[in-house]
Structure formats: C-alpha cells, structure tokens
Design a protein around this ligand. Structure first.
Ligand code: NAD
Ligand code: UD1
Length: 341
C-alpha cells in the first residue's frame, strides 16, 4: 500500500493500527514515539502478532530536528498522527503542558512534513470537539465548539491548523477522525489498554477491578434522564477503530482533500449495560456502587456514523460482548499491563 509513519504508534490505538497496517504486506511502517505513555515491549507484541517488526524511532514530536531527520530518512507517503497527551482531568491541571505537547508538537510535525513534501495526514481527533451537542446523535455537521477542557481545545486547535494548511495548499490531504469511546483489546490477548496509575476511564477501571487490582467500581451517577439512569456513550472496539484508520488512509491517499469523519459504532450503550455485559462473562462478578455524578459528564451522546460508512465503506463489526471478552482476556493475561519500563 504505502510507506507510513505512525506518531504515537506504541500507544493504545496506535499499536492496534500498526498491527492492521502490517497485515498488508505492501505496507512499510515506522513508529515515532517518545514512550511518555507507552512501553517499548509493545513492539515485541506487535511482532508476535504480525511476524513483522515496525521501524522505531524514539523521539518527541516537539523536537523539530529529530522529526526532520526521521522524515528525511523514512520519506513516508503519509503520517498517521496519534502522538499526544489525552487525560482530560490532567489537562485542566497542566494546560500549558497540553498545549505544548499536543499543539506545538503537531505544528512541528506539520512543518517537518512540509519541509520533506509529505502531503498526507490522518489525525486522531475526538468527539469532545463537539462539546455539548444539540442532540445525542452527533453528525459531522454538528459545530465544533470552544473546547470544554484544555485537552478538548488542543484537538480543536489542531483540527483548525490542519484545515488552514489544506486551504493554503490544496495538494495537502487531511483526514480528521473523531473517535467516540475507544475500548477493547486485540483478540490475541497480547495488546490492550495499559494506563499509567489509576484509570479515569470506565473500561480500564472495570478491567482492573475484574482482576483484583482495584476493589470496586464507582458508577458516577444513576439519576440521569436515560432508561437505566446511567450515562450513555458510543463504545467502539479498538480493532474496529484501527480498521477505520486503514479506510481513512486509503481515502486520504487516493482522493486528496479535507475530510472529517466520526468513528463510532452509531449506537449508545449505558454504563450499567457495560457492567452487566462484563459481569455476564465473569465467574465472580465485579462489585460496584453508585456514586455522585462526575462533573462535566453529559447524559448521552453517540455517533451518527453514516458518513464514514458511505464515504469510507467502513463500519464496526464488534459488539459489546466482543468488547468485554477481549478486554477481560487482555487484562487477565497481563494484570500489570505490558512488561518493562
Ligand atoms: P496513548 O497515550 O496510549 O498513546 C499516545 C502515544 O503518543 C503514547 O505512546 C505516547 O508515548 C506518545 N506521545 C505522547 N506525546 C508524545 C510526544 N510529544 N512525542 C512523541 N510521542 C508522544 O493514547 P491513545 O489512547 O492511543 O490515543 C491516541 C490518540 O487518540 C491521542 O491523540 C488521543 O488524544 C486520541 N484520542 C484518544 C481517545 C481514547 O479514548 N483513547 C479518544 C479520542 C481521541
Ligand atoms: C472521556 C473524556 C473524553 C475522551 C474519552 C475517551 C471526559 C469528560 N471525557 O470520555 O474527552 O475522548 O474519555 O478517552 O473525561 N464512569 C464511571 N465510573 C468510572 C469511570 C467512568 O461510572 O470509574 C462513567 C462516566 O461517568 C461516563 C462513562 O463511564 O458516564 C464513560 O466514562 P469515560 O470512560 O471516562 O469516558 P467519557 O467520559 O465518555
């Protein structure tokens, strides 16, 4: 297919996407990652799954000289840009670090791409750019709003930077992917989500409770105006998400333009439904208690995923049962996550 540079390719979504890329024998893949939120041993896992080892450059996307060197050597046809900090709460404590890492890092990357004539980019954005939507089912025509956290604002800023670059040079092809809630793990049990410290997000939290690393789950709020009172989200299996990147990459390379797609399953699932589905596969169900609402949470939203289906020919193939089964398999086989530092 092509020669691809994957920034942040050692991370959760990046590593699953690299596995999909390497599944195409005509695809060359190099990861560039500073390992600030991932471990080098993920490269061994990728190799075990695909029998191929991606190239690896340990570098920071804010280091313009290192990026220029890497792009000059690799000469990629396209960049898939995952590298970034992603914790919403932390971004409120450390806004400048988030702008520096995500926005300044992306700017350095685009400068290096321009310098080396690399004109195709697929970017990891988030449904968080829609803020509080007018309706729970969100199409891409929903306006992008001022971010409701520094993290969200970095995604908005990078989207605008990419749009402006494309407007100034129409030969630059940009595919913005707005993820809903990525969850799950590779079916092999060799790769999955490995957060540092106590997880903030629902699925890794449940997973760690299920293997006894955490005592119980707090369900944040059961008094929302939803059928069971808990929040509703669009949980998308990470392998479906990775395949969405394959479709987006091919579109970006073959039909240069400026695109934005929602990547979600297009259906809402409640926190209670996730917990019930998880408990259905466990011998000893996880314990949970209902706590207060978590500040900033929206009762319900999910993707209108028809644009990606129509234009990319992509749709999700994994259901909630696959999500909980694969998450549990990964966590059980790797209770402490990836080995090494
Ligand atoms: P992750 O933290 O697992 O992966 C990000 C990777 O980028 C890590 O390997 C990290 O070491 C690397 N990185 C961070 N800053 C870097 C820098 N300055 N230079 C080089 N490498 C750097 O996160 P993820 O869940 O795989 O998310 C990937 C992308 O998708 C992020 O941009 C994130 O904001 C976005 N996203 C994630 C979610 C989600 O729920 N996971 C949802 C929406 C959007
Ligand atoms: C969060 C981020 C969002 C980011 C997404 C994916 C916020 C406000 N939003 O989305 O920007 O794109 O992660 O990384 O942080 N829950 C519990 N108990 C827990 C953890 C979560 O009940 O211990 C509930 C939450 O209240 C929410 C649902 O589970 O209703 C999903 O939460 P989470 O996994 O954190 O994702 P989001 O908040 O949807």
């Amino acid at each position: 297919m092509a020669n691809i540079l994957v920034t942040g390719g050692c991370g959760y979504i990046g590593s699953h996407t690299v596995v999909e890329l390497l599944g195409d024998p005509s695809c060359q893949v190099t990861i560039l990652d500073n390992l600030s939120n991932s471990k080098r041993s993920v490269l061994d896992r990728i190799e075990r799954i695909t029998s191929r080892r991606p190239g690896f450059v340990q570098a920071d996307i804010r280091d313009g000289a290192a990026l220029s060197r890497a792009l000059g050597e690799i000469r990629p046809d396209a960049v898939i840009h995952f590298a970034g900090l992603k914790a919403v709460g932390e971004s409120c404590q450390k806004p400048l670090e988030y702008y520096d890492n995500n926005v300044c890092g992306s700017l350095r990357l685009l400068e290096a791409m321009r310098e080396h004539g690399v004109k195709n980019i697929v970017f990891s954005s988030s449904a968080t750019v829609y803020g509080t939507p007018a309706n729970p089912r969100i199409p891409e025509t929903e306006p992008v709003k001022r971010g409701n956290s520094p993290y969200a604002q970095t995604k908005v800023d990078i989207e605008w930077m990419l749009e402006d670059w494309h407007r100034a040079d129409s030969s630059v092809s940009v595919c913005i992917l707005r993820y809903f809630n990525p969850v799950g793990a590779h079916q092999s049990g060799l790769m999955g989500e490995d957060p540092l410290g106590i997880p903030n997000n629902l699925m890794p939290y449940i997973a760690q409770v299920s293997v006894g690393r955490l005592p119980h789950l707090n369900i944040w709020g059961n008094d929302y105006p939803t059928p069971d009172g808990t929040c509703i989200r669009d949980y998308i299996h990470v392998v479906d998400l990775a395949r969405g990147h394959m479709a987006a990459l091919s579109h970006c390379l073959n039909r240069p333009g400026l695109y934005a797609y929602n990547l979600g399953a297009g259906r809402g699932i409640s926190v209670q439904q996730i917990v019930d589905a998880y408990n259905a596969i466990l011998e000893k169900p996880i314990s949970y208690v209902y706590g207060p609402r978590r500040p900033g949470d929206i009762a319900e939203y999910y993707a209108d995923a028809t644009k990606a289906a129509e234009e990319l020919g992509w749709r999700t193939e994994h259901g909630v049962e696959d999500i909980v089964r694969d998450t549990y398999r990964w966590q059980k086989a790797n209770p402490e996550g990836y080995p090494g530092d």
